[in-house]
Design a protein around this ligand. Sequence first.
Ligand SMILES: Cc1cc2nc3c(=O)[nH]c(=O)nc-3n(C[C@H](O)[C@H](O)[C@H](O)COP(=O)(O)OP(=O)(O)OC[C@H]3O[C@@H](n4cnc5c(N)ncnc54)[C@H](O)[C@@H]3O)c2cc1C
Length: 376
Amino acid sequence: MVTEVDHHDICIIGAGVIGLAVAHKITAHSAFKNKTVVLLEQHRQFGQETSSRNSEVIHAGIYYPAGSLKASMCVSGREQLYHYCETHQVPFRKTGKLIIAGKSQEQALHKIYQQALANGVKNLESISARQIKRKEPLIQADYALFSPESGIVNSHAYMQSLLHQAEKAGLIFAPLTRALMIERHANGFLVESQCQDSVYQFTCSQLVNAAGLNAQEVATKICAFPESEIPTQALVKGSYFTLQGKSPFHHLIYPVPEKNLKGLGIHVTLDMAGQVKFGPDTEALTTIDYSIDPGKEEKFRKAIAQYYPAISEHILQPAYSGIRPKLISKNGAADFVIQNGKAFAYDGLVQLFGIESPGLTASLAIGDAVTEILCQ
Ligand SMILES: Cc1cc2nc3c(=O)[nH]c(=O)nc-3n(C[C@H](O)[C@H](O)[C@H](O)COP(=O)(O)OP(=O)(O)OC[C@H]3O[C@@H](n4cnc5c(N)ncnc54)[C@H](O)[C@@H]3O)c2cc1C
């Protein structure tokens, strides 16, 4: 007996900012006008994992290696994101950002400046200690780069808006639905999913794996997908502490980044409500664990005191943490991987691995790249 199952043209797994940006781009594209698109999310709500556990910074695209997807998609994604926020009433602010350095870091700062130019970042300014004091009187630094293109966004409002736009264009959003197994099928793929207490099977012609930290696990559930093509992932937690009271700062303030771009250093970010957050730090994990160790406060104070000595007068409180899906690379910072399954005879499959920072900034550019592959 043959059982009939539902068919959707495209299935996206994961409603973080990337799955949502992909859903928005696909449903807005003329090539998919009469196609059915379903977005599966294991949680009750969209954006409950990395997409709501980050700094909410719209990055300019300064640090990433020239020619990398991170560099190009950060620059093009940032321009699109500002435009999107303006046209869809998503709260954002071009705060500008200072990358500050001490006397011994002048060379390192110069290197960052050159990197930014190579990446096509515009309007970056090298400023003196006096100019730093004028912008941020309480900050202690000898040199700085000022990036006027950097800003902040209300990431929840952004994701809500992407979902709204996609649903208006016909997207079927399926929360509380976890993709379990994927098999090859005459129609493309057969997806078995757990929807609360029942198992729901359907077929789709094209499949996008945007499962964030779980992308590798989902890939292993795709029947016979070559394991050697699944990049190895390391989990790197970043914790944040908040400052009680009114913000003493007007800009985002970053120290010179850590080696190999493991993290950007414990920096100052502001949110749309004007709250100051410090972080994220870097901590290797073996399993997902979002708890915050209050014992880290001393380490945070020490790092912050290097550029903001008055931290000793403030109360710091543990806030939240996020986990970076870092890909292992022998040559330092690994790039985003946007994998077209066609290369392995899995036509119609697109998998996204290692979408760490600047994934929020680059989300619309990533949405375009995935849409382009699905159009081929
Ligand atoms: C500490 C930190 C700070 C950051 N700061 C910034 C920043 O300031 N600016 C910036 O541009 N970027 C930043 N980023 C990066 C940015 O947050 C990520 O690139 C982005 O959120 C990744 O989104 P995603 O959709 O890929 O992943 P996620 O948000 O994790 O979404 C994946 C979704 O898939 C769902 N899922 C998983 N498995 C299944 C399954 N089997 N079935 C159904 N659903 C499933 C999950 O529940 C989740 O909702 C930061 C990241 C971290 C960790």
